[in-house]
Design a protein around this ligand. Structure first.
Ligand SMILES: Nc1ncnc2c1ncn2[C@@H]1O[C@H](COP(=O)(O)OP(=O)(O)OP(=O)(O)O)[C@@H](O)[C@H]1O
Ligand SMILES: [Mg+2]
Length: 535
C-alpha cells in the first residue's frame, strides 16, 4: 500500500491547494516542481508543487524550541503542533474514464495526496512504445524513473521554444528532440547550426572533456551537412555533403532588412537599396559593391541620397570578405544550393547548415534569412498545389526550422519584417514551423512568444526573461515559482501544446543508451524492409 505524502487542508482553484505534509515524510525530499496526485472522490487531480512553507499551531513553540536532547518532545510536537505545508497547483484531472480534462473543480478537505506513479505518468503523457510513434521520451519527473513523453505530432503543429540561461542544456535538449523527430519521422528538419554542434560531434562539458555524437553520425544518410566553411567541417573529421555558395544575385533587400539591427543600418539606407533594385533588379548588390570612387554619381543616377548610399555601401562591403558569396551576373534563377536543399527536403532528408568559423551574427542572420525565405516560398506553392489537387500525395511534409539565438531573428523590429516573424505568426498554415532556442526570451517579440505552442524552459534568472516565457500562459503565477527554482542544468519545465499538462523533468541523458535507442529503430526498420522484400 502506497503511503500518502499528506492531505489537503485548504486553498483554492486559482491560488492552488494547501497540503499538510505528513509528519513522517522526509521534508527535504519534497521539492518544488514535484509531480503529485490528489485523490478526490470522483477525480484524481494531477498537480505540481509550487511552494513550500513551515507552520506551527502555537507561536510559543517558536519562542521556546525543544533542545536537541528533547527528542520525545520533538516527536510529539511533530505529530500535532509543528508541520509543513505545500502549495499544489492542480494542472489536470482524470475521471473514471481516464480521460484527462482541464481542472474545473477541487477535491474536498483531507483528500489524500500521493506521489504520482508510473501508470499515471504513462496515462497522461503517453507511452513511447505506442504504435503511432508519436511519443518521445524527453526525461523523467523530479525524483521519478518514468519517462515523460512529448507528443511529436502536436509539437510539429506549431512553433516551439527552448529557453534557458547559458549552460543549462538547451543545445543538448534540442539535439535530443531533433533526434526524436528524425527517428520517428514526424517532420523534416532544417537546422541552422551556428556553432557546429548538431552534425558531427559536440563537446560535452564536464570534469573530463568528452564528446557526444551528432545527428549526422547517428542517422547517416537521413541527414546531410551543408557547410559554409568546408575546411572547418573537414577538420572535425566530416565531409560536407554540399559546400554552400550563394550568388549576390540571390540576395534581396528583404534579406538585408534582417540585418538592420545587427549592422546598425538606418531605415533610409534600406530605402535607398530599393531605389537600386528599381533600376538594376537582381544585380542591385553586385552593382552597388562595384561602385568605389563614384558612389556620388551612382546615387544621383538612381535618385538616392548620397549619404544613405554611402552608408549602405560601407556596411554591405563586408559581404565581399565572405568566400561563400560569389558574383554570378545573371544568376537569378540559378541558386543551385538552395535548390539542392529543397530536393533533399522533398526526399525527407534532414539538413544541417554548418557555419564553421563564420560565427558572426550577421552572417548567421543573413544566411538563415536567404535560405528560409526561398524555402518558405516553395512551401507556399506546394501548399497551394495541395489545396488545388486535394490529393494526399501532394500534401507537403512538415518542415521544422531550428534557429539558435532566436531573439536576434525575432526581436520586435525584426519580427515585423523578416521571414522568421512571418513563419512564427502564420503558424503552420504552410506546414513550416520554428524551433527557437534562446537564452534571452525577453528579447523576443511578445506576440510571437504568445504564439509558441510548446515551451521548454530551463533555469532563467532574469525576472524579465521569466516573465517573457510565461507570456500568454494561463497558470503563469504558479509556474513562475517553479521556473525560478529549477536546477542550473538538465532540468526543465515543459508546458504547452505537446504535453497534456505542465511538468518539470530531469532531461533525458544524451549518451550511449540514447544512441542505442536511436539505432534500434534504424535496424528494426531495416528488418521490416527485409521482411517485406521476402514476402
Ligand atoms: N541531456 C543531457 N545529457 C548529457 N549532458 C547534458 C545534457 N544536458 C546538458 N548536459 C551537459 O551540460 C552542458 C551544457 O549544455 P548545453 O551546451 O546544451 O548548454 P546550452 O544551454 O546550450 O548553453 P549555451 O547557451 O551556452 O549554448 C553540456 O556540455 C553537457 O555536459
Ligand atoms: Mg547552446
Amino acid at each position: 500500500m502506497k503511503k500518502a505524502l499528506g492531505h489537503i487542508i485548504g486553498g483554492s482553484l486559482t491560488d492552488g491547494l494547501t497540503m499538510r505534509i505528513a509528519p513522517e515524510a522526509n521534508l527535504e525530499a519534497i521539492k518544488t516542481g514535484k509531480f503529485l496526485s490528489i485523490v478526490g472522490n470522483q477525480y484524481r487531480f494531477f498537480s505540481l508543487i509550487t511552494d513550500l512553507s513551515l507552520a506551527v499551531t502555537n507561536q510559543d513553540i517558536l519562542l521556546f524550541p525543544p533542545s536537541k536532547q528533547e527528542t520525545l518532545l520533538m516527536d510529539l510536537l511533530k505529530q500535532k503542533d509543528m508541520y509543513a505545508t505545500a502549495v499544489l497547483k492542480p494542472m489536470l484531472m482524470l475521471g473514471a474514464d481516464l480521460r484527462p480534462i482541464p481542472v474545473k473543480t477541487i477535491p474536498s478537505h483531507f483528500a489524500l495526496v500521493y506521489e504520482a506513479d508510473k501508470k499515471d505518468v504513462a496515462l497522461i503523457f503517453g507511452d513511447e512504445s505506442d504504435q503511432s510513434k508519436k511519443y518521445f521520451n524527453i526525461g523523467c519527473p523530479l525524483d521519478m524513473q518514468t519517462p515523460v513523453c512529448l507528443d511529436l505530432e502536436r509539437l510539429t503543429e506549431r512553433s516551439n521554444g527552448i529557453f534557458g540561461k547559458t549552460g543549462t542544456g538547451k543545445t543538448f535538449l534540442t539535439r535530443l528532440i531533433l533526434a526524436g523527430l528524425i527517428k520517428n519521422e514526424k517532420a523534416v528538419n532544417l537546422i541552422f547550426d551556428m556553432h557546429s554542434e548538431y552534425g558531427l560531434q559536440a563537446r560535452k562539458e564536464g570534469k573530463e572533456p568528452s564528446f557526444v555524437k551528432g545527428l549526422k553520425t547517428l542517422f547517416n544518410d537521413k541527414v546531410v551537412i551543408f557547410s559554409l566553411d568546408p575546411d572547418s567541417t573537414r577538420r572535425r573529421g566530416g565531409n560536407p555533403d554540399v559546400v554552400i555558395t550563394l550568388p549576390y544575385q540571390s540576395i534581396q533587400v528583404e534579406d538585408i532588412l534582417s540585418l538592420q539591427g545587427e549592422l546598425n543600418l538606418h531605415a533610409t539606407a534600406v530605402e535607398s537599396a530599393y531605389l537600386i533594385v528599381a533600376k538594376y533588379k537582381h544585380e542591385w548588390l553586385s552593382i552597388l559593391l562595384s561602385q568605389g570612387e563614384n558612389l556620388k554619381e551612382f546615387s544621383n543616377s538612381i535618385g538616392a541620397h548620397p549619404e544613405s548610399i554611402a552608408a549602405l555601401y560601407r556596411k554591405l562591403k563586408r559581404l565581399e570578405r565572405l568566400p561563400f558569396f560569389i558574383n554570378a551576373p545573371g544568376a537569378v534563377h540559378k541558386n543551385s544550393c538552395i535548390d539542392q536543399m529543397i530536393e533533399y527536403i522533398d526526399n525527407d532528408t534532414h539538413i544541417i547548415v554548418e557555419f564553421g568559423n563564420f560565427t558572426q551574427t550577421f552572417v548567421y542572420l543573413l544566411i538563415a534569412n536567404i535560405i528560409t525565405r526561398r524555402i518558405h516560398k516553395r512551401y507556399i506553392e506546394k501548399t497551394e498545389r495541395f489545396l488545388g489537387s486535394q490529393k494526399i500525395e501532394d500534401q507537403p511534409k512538415k518542415l521544422l526550422i531550428t534557429i539558435e539565438e532566436a531573439h536576434k531573428f525575432l526581436n520586435p523590429q525584426a519580427a515585423r519584417q523578416t521571414i522568421f516573424g512571418i513563419i512564427a505568426r502564420e503558424m503552420r498554415k504552410y506546414y513550416v514551423s520554428l524551433l527557437i532556442v534562446d537564452q534571452r526570451p525577453s528579447g523576443i517579440d511578445e506576440e510571437i512568444l504568445s504564439q509558441i505552442g510548446t515551451k521548454v524552459v530551463a533555469q532563467l534568472s532574469d525576472e524579465k526573461d521569466i516573465q517573457a516565457v510565461l507570456t500568454g500562459v494561463s497558470n503563469a503565477s504558479n509556474l513562475r515559482s517553479i521556473v525560478a527554482s529549477l536546477d542550473s542544468k538538465k532540468q526543465v519545465l515543459l508546458f504547452g501544446h505537446a504535453v497534456t499538462m505542465p511538468v518539470v523533468v530531469e532531461t533525458r541523458e544524451y549518451n550511449h543508451d540514447f544512441y542505442r535507442a536511436m539505432a534500434d529503430t534504424v535496424t528494426s526498420k531495416k528488418i521490416d524492409e527485409l521482411v517485406q522484400e521476402l514476402f
